[in-house]
Design a binder for this molecule. Structure first.
Ligand SMILES: C[S@@+](CC[C@H](N)C(=O)[O-])C[C@H]1O[C@@H](n2cnc3c(N)ncnc32)[C@H](O)[C@@H]1O
Length: 407
């Protein structure tokens, strides 16, 4: 397995890109843009033609650009440049896969998209590392052990999973599939005890610092094989990302936790029913935010908690009443016409935020790739050979980056 990227050089380029354009990806249009005055986000004042262009786009064009589409010829040169540069610096090779056969018993009970991820993960591991060097795979944060079962077709696998019920399901599903899966119900952060020389460790979508914990264990325990597909980078204790590698520390774009959240916003298109419900919830939350800003006389967003889905089915006045009561906020009684006005303004605000968000979305993948390369550099500086690339298409999961390491 050859190192496919010059990690230090790419980290330096990504860090420079992110630092230079900080004002474009840090402010969040929906929450940080003033509601009462027309000043807009700071970059709308410094780059008025870019902002104006985006605000005139229709919903479909906004959607297309947010999903990696190229801008039309009439778009400002700056937008063309940003798209080219963010795409070039976040491009990763597609890791090769070796086709494997799995019986339907192994895939039993796994939702289709999850199974596609598992299959791609195992086939990528098979093509890139010499799995024969490991007697047992650890499935790190393994849930019901879907990955472990697929690995156990060739070798033994042990799921480490915090939730007892999931760990138990992993064993039962393994038995049903007639493969050798064991499980430890416990916290992976105590795992150094379990790692050893005959073990390989895999993690499919281990959240935030749990993936980092795997890398630290791998480095500390001379683990021979490692495969990690990270997700949820914002699930970390620190308010700010601290690069793991020396190269990352030398080129640190100062990623705050809110910026890490941006990575998670890339979604596989949800069914229309779910999208409609999310849109309605967003409108309600934004209308509530407007009302609350007006009532306080303070043009600043205050975090609102997630609300029960049932509230979003109610008329807006009831939604606002319940949320205000829950948050112990004094709000005026809402007439039907005031509700209609708030919802109309909320719609305008959401549409504008979506359009301006095109620019912010361009930096989603560079941030994700920076994080992956920093991890790879950390493993590499400990003497492992590494490869980083995509293991499946983004339609199967947008969290499709895999880091492989071996020694
Ligand atoms: C996103 S799920 C991924 C599950 C599985 N790898 C998959 O792809 O289906 C993350 C899993 O990590 C488990 N988990 C969270 N914190 C953990 C910890 N500290 N130790 C072990 N497992 C943990 C959760 O219970 C959950 O099952």
């Amino acid at each position: 397995m050859a190192t496919q990227l010059d990690l230090a050089s790419r980290l330096q380029q990504l860090s420079a890109l992110l630092s230079e354009h900080r004002q474009l990806w840090v402010p969040r249009p929906l929450t940080d843009r003033p509601a009462f005055d027309r000043s807009g986000l700071p970059w709308e004042r410094t780059l008025p033609s870019l902002a104006h262009y985006l605000l005139t786009l229709g919903e479909n064009e906004v959607d297309r650009l947010k999903h990696g589409g190229c801008p039309e010829a009439a778009a400002p040169a700056l937008l063309h440049d940003l798209v080219e540069c963010t795409q070039r610096l976040s491009a990763l090779p597609r890791l090769p896969r070796r086709r494997q056969h799995f019986s339907s018993r192994v895939a039993f009970g796994v939702p289709l998209r999850k199974w596609q991820q598992v299959e791609a993960f195992v086939e990528t591991v098979a093509a890139n590392v010499n799995a024969a060097r490991t007697e047992t795979w650890i499935d790190w944060c393994g849930g019901k052990g879907h990955l472990a079962r697929a690995l156990a077709v060739q070798q033994r696998a042990v799921v480490v999973e915090q939730q007892f019920d999931l760990a138990r399901s992993a064993v039962m599903l393994g038995r049903r599939a007639d493969v050798d899966v064991a499980a430890v119900a416990g916290d992976v952060r105590h795992a150094p005890l379990w790692l050893g020389e005959q073990l390989g460790a895999c993690a499919l979508h281990a959240c935030g610092e749990l993936g980092d914990a795997l890398l630290r264990c791998a480095v500390a325990s001379d683990l021979p094989l490692l495969a990690l597909a990270p997700c949820c980078p914002h699930r970390v204790a620190d308010e700010r990302h601290r690069p793991l590698s020396q190269a990352g520390q030398g080129h640190d774009p100062q990623l705050e936790r809110v910026a890490l959240r941006l990575v998670g916003f890339a979604e596989v298109a949800a069914p229309r029913r779910i999208r409609r419900r999310r849109r309605r919830e967003t409108l309600y939350r934004v209308a509530f935010d407007l009302l609350w800003r007006e009532t306080r006389g303070e043009d600043r967003y205050r975090t609102l908690p997630p609300v029960p889905v049932a509230w979003v089915r109610e008329p807006f006045a009831d939604f606002a009443g319940q949320l205000a009561k829950w948050q112990q906020i004094d709000l005026p009684r809402l007439s039907a016409s005031r509700c209609a006005r708030l919802l109309e303004r909320a719609k305008q605000r959401v549409d504008q935020a979506e359009a301006l968000g095109v620019v912010r979305a361009l930096f989603r993948r560079p941030i994700e790739v920076y994080l992956a390369l920093d991890r790879a550099a950390f493993v590499e500086q400990a003497g492992m050979e590494t490869a980083v690339g995509t293991f499946c298409p983004a339609v199967v999961t947008p969290r499709n980056i895999m880091l492989l390491g071996h020694r």
